[in-house]
Design a protein around this ligand. Structure first.
Ligand code: SAM
Length: 392
């Protein structure tokens, strides 16, 4: 999350968001972003629609090869290779440089950062990708609604309605890179999720649930807030033809980590029916959440929710969590720290060491070396898989 207090730069327009404004960087590499941000700042929170193109498997694998430079063949990678799911086996760079050439005199790996903008890389197929460009759908209710462009191939494009540069309480209306990392993993490992019943926590715009629904049987896509859940539901409608190729269904439901129960309020359009609840507890085996660790109290609440729900599920489940490590300078330490991430790691550790009477949990980081179907930077992103072993 970038605090959008961008200030004045020489010869550029002054951009001043309010201090609690946060900005997902999914759209930071678009052309004319500065102009867009100035407009955004003037008009508040217009609704945008962005079309995210999904690469074909071949292009994604090729892209992963290009992206995965300077990676040593550690245990995780070896395991993945053996399962045949990794797109590469060698630790060579694009130009054929061997891994030994990348070690410094102490034997440490000198990680080469990927260039940030397309012009910095030449001859790289990855940049044949479409640029991710949002179009404004509406500003308030008065402004004209732009014509929705029909995509040439609906099977390759996910259309998402979202806002940008929101206050913290509305971050779910933006799309975060963690959603892309998790989506990439689902797209690359479809057999793991085929026919499953899945719960997504903190689903936001619904992007990852939409991807998951192309392989899963049922996805309980959950979050809090009527307007956010409404936006999420609109995104399902927008992507009917994208999801149409599979039989998966998505049910948008309210699930608040700060409450101990599923919402059954008949007045709430996103409440759970008795049938939903029975199906959910009887069949859910996969739980996913993308980019939900940014506030320590919410992180505590989320882990408590995970513990309660998995205890109540009939079958053992597997949890996949993606996140971004966010570095901030803090006055407290007079240093750059990663507080929210550190708190997540502590909670994860507690989750593993505290048995809930039914199962023991074991967490493992999945190295982000799987094919990349979407266009985004993977820097500072992590994906964790948490598996359970039943206690006798
Ligand atoms: C940074 S956003 C991530 C959204 C989406 N998963 C993504 O990656 O694009 C965090 C999400 O957590 C949700 N959230 C925050 N507090 C929550 C709570 N108490 N119960 C359920 N969801 C919550 C927010 O509404 C938001 O959708």
């Amino acid at each position: 999350m970038k605090h959008a207090d961008l200030g004045e730069e020489a010869g550029m327009e002054v951009i001043t968001f309010t201090k609690d404004t946060v900005l997902s960087d999914i759209h930071l590499h678009i052309p004319h972003k500065r102009h867009l941000m100035v407009r955004l700042n003037r008009v508040g929170q217009p609704v945008f629609q962005t079309q995210f193109k999904i690469l074909s498997k071949e292009s994604a694998s090729q892209s992963a090869k290009e992206d995965c430079v300077s990676i040593t063949e550690n245990e995780d990678i070896k395991q993945l290779n053996e399962s045949g799911s990794l797109p590469f086996k060698h630790t060579t760079q694009n130009d054929g440089q061997v891994i030994e050439d990348l070690l410094d005199e102490d034997g440490d790996l000198e990680v080469q950062r990927r260039p940030r903008c397309p012009s910095e890389r030449s001859g790289c197929q990855r940049f044949d990708r479409d640029v991710v460009c949002p179009t404004i759908l509406r500003i308030g209710c008065d402004d004209q609604v732009e014509e929705e462009e029909e995509s040439s191939n609906n099977n390759e494009v996910v259309k998402i309605e979202h806002t940008m540069a929101t206050p913290l309480e509305d971050v779910g209306k933006q799309i975060w890179r963690g959603a892309f990392l998790l989506a990439d993993y689902i797209l690359g490992q479809q057999d793991l999720f085929r026919g499953c019943t899945v719960l997504e926590l903190g689903a936001g715009t619904g992007f990852t649930s939409i991807i998951m629904a192309t392989v899963a049987k049922t996805v309980y896509c959950t979050d809090v807030g009527h307007d956010l859940l409404e936006m999420c539901e609109r995104n399902l409608v927008l992507n009917r033809s994208f999801m149409g190729k599979a039989d998966g269904q998505i049910k948008v439901k309210e699930l608040d980590w700060l409450k101990n129960q599923l919402c059954k309020d008949a007045e709430n359009p996103y409440s759970w029916t008795e049938d939903d609840i029975a199906d959910f507890y009887d069949h859910t085996t996969v739980i996913i959440a993308a980019d939900v660790f940014y506030d320590d109290d919410l992180t505590d609440a989320l882990f408590k929710t995970l513990s309660q729900i998995t205890h109540a599920l009939r079958s053992p489940s597997t949890i996949y969590l993606s996140m971004e490590r966010r570095y901030n300078f803090t006055l407290r330490y007079m240093d750059v720290t990663c507080d929210a991430y550190n708190h997540f790691r502590n909670c994860l550790n507690n989750f593993e060491t505290t048995a809930n009477g039914k199962q023991r949990w074991s967490a493992k980081e999945i190295q982000p070396v799987f094919p990349q179907f979407l266009s985004y930077e993977r820097e500072h992103l992590e994906l964790w898989k948490i598996t359970s072993t039943p206690l006798d």
